[in-house]
Design a binder for this molecule. Structure first.
Ligand SMILES: [Zn+2]
Length: 245
């Protein structure tokens, strides 16, 4: 686990090839995404590392319901009853009314590329033993209005990577939590570091993913906390252009 201070109120944490974020508002916190199941101990440790307690988290916002973003939910919900929220469509995905995720066969195909092979092994370890995880209690957030959660985040619909993918903007600090709509790197990527889409195999709709990135051009943010890759600073419009190139 690696914790980065983004600003006074935001920390980004990297677990197993994936990021989550902690947004502070007084003593209360919003958690954006939760890492893999096997990142659960690291998730709890990251909260302690910034001087807070897990019970200070009063909302969990999910960008989407892939296993590397929902894995830590039970560690919070089972012990602390933390509410879990996401966009309306993604809530259906989280309940596994349907599944949009890389298949085992597609993962095997990635193994021809050495860095991707390492990612596959990391992933198998990180999701074990709950490969079929789903969430029961998921609340729905409305889009494009400040939410009643610490930090006053705003849900930004960004369908494509999954049909209900939702990014979150923190207007008061200009931070965009982009989840997997816009990332800055991934072990399986051949594009190196920098704003980019995830490789096509991970995206439910490639055109949707591109359209979602394009729609972020007007979002008033100058700091990007992505689901994968490092923190990026600078005008979001420049990151959008780089990712669409
Ligand atoms: Zn994903």
């Amino acid at each position: 686990m690696h914790v980065i201070r983004v600003n006074d109120r935001v920390h980004m944490v990297t677990g197993t090839n994936v990021n989550w974020a902690l947004v502070s508002d007084g003593t209360a916190l919003t958690l954006v995404d939760t890492g893999y199941l096997n990142d659960s101990a690291a998730l709890l440790a990251s909260i302690t590392a910034i001087g807070r307690r897990p019970e200070d988290v009063t909302a969990i916002l999910l960008t989407h319901a892939h296993l590397d973003h929902i894995g830590g939910v039970p560690a919070m919900v089972d012990r602390f009853g933390t509410p879990v929220l996401t966009g309306a469509e993604e809530a259906r995905h989280a309940r596994r009314e349907y599944l949009e995720q890389i298949t085992p066969v597609e993962m095997l195909r990635l193994c021809g590329h050495a860095p991707s092979r390492r990612w596959v092994l990391d992933t198998v370890r990180a999701v074990f033993p709950r490969i079929r995880m789903s969430l029961r209690e998921v609340g729905v957030v409305p889009p494009n209005v400040p939410l009643d959660v610490p930090g006053g985040l705003v849900a930004v619909p960004t369908p494509g990577h999954t049909s209900g993918h939702t990014a979150y903007l923190m207007p008061s600090t200009g931070v965009l939590f982009s989840g997997d709509a816009l990332v800055t790197g991934h072990p399986t990527s051949r594009r190196g570091e920098g704003p980019q889409r995830l490789p096509e195999v991970f995206n439910t709709s490639e055109q949707g993913t591109a359209d979602a990135i394009a729609s972020l051009r007007e979002v008033p943010a100058d700091t990007l906390v992505p689901g994968h890759g490092g923190l990026a600073r600078g005008p979001l419009s420049g990151m959008v252009d780089a990712a669409l190139r």
